[in-house]
Design a protein. Sequence first.
Length: 261
Amino acid sequence: MKETNFDLMSILQFTNASIYQREHLVLSEVSLTVNKGEFVYLIGKTGTGKSSLLKTLYCDLPLNEGDGSIVEYDLRKIKTREIPYLRRKLGIVFQDFQLLTDRNVSQNLIFAMKATGWKDKKEIAARVDEVLQKVGLTDIGNTMPYQISGGEQQRVAIARALVNNPQVILADEPTGNLDPEISEDIVRLLKKISLGGTTVIMATHDSNILSKLPSRTIVCEDGRVLAKAEGVPVTQPPTRMDKGTSSPSDQSPPHQDASLS
């Protein structure tokens, strides 16, 4: 049997898209393509639009200018009632874990599964065991989140993101609250997941991670999105910053971006 070439299969695209926070333009003329099974860093200083870009992908922010698609959903045309179905094809991992503190580890996963339509108790239990094993956690299902380390809590959050076999994982600063050694373990785990065909986009501003575990990198800078070759720093001429275009949560002026492919 011929091995599937994930790199030939596009799963996410933007073409001349503008990313807004309310009426404030954060990133302009974004054009990029990400393929199935890729592990991609999304980097930039705080406030340069990383989170806004991710939020647009899972429809927390609308796309009103340009074109965009993810897992075969058109982000310009998607209807409100379709958004939950889109999100079932995505796994989202946050910096602060967002685990339910009044439920144990297994119950956190079960809660997410029932919310997305799982009903059969045996199937739920088997899937919980499977994803916990995949992230390197066994025999902690009955443990409360506050009884485990930050790195273990993030692994639980990744397990939760995996329960629906997502096509894409969007990880927003998943190592931001972790020590360097633990951060590397989390990134290695996400990279391992991508080898199975799940696309992973990880937002970060941790330069140490990029140097130790290099991969394709997309840069948010000065209101633009730029491609960066693996292990090569981005260099570009200074750009003029227009006044009056920054937003409260993403303080970045609009500029034309470079196309990514």
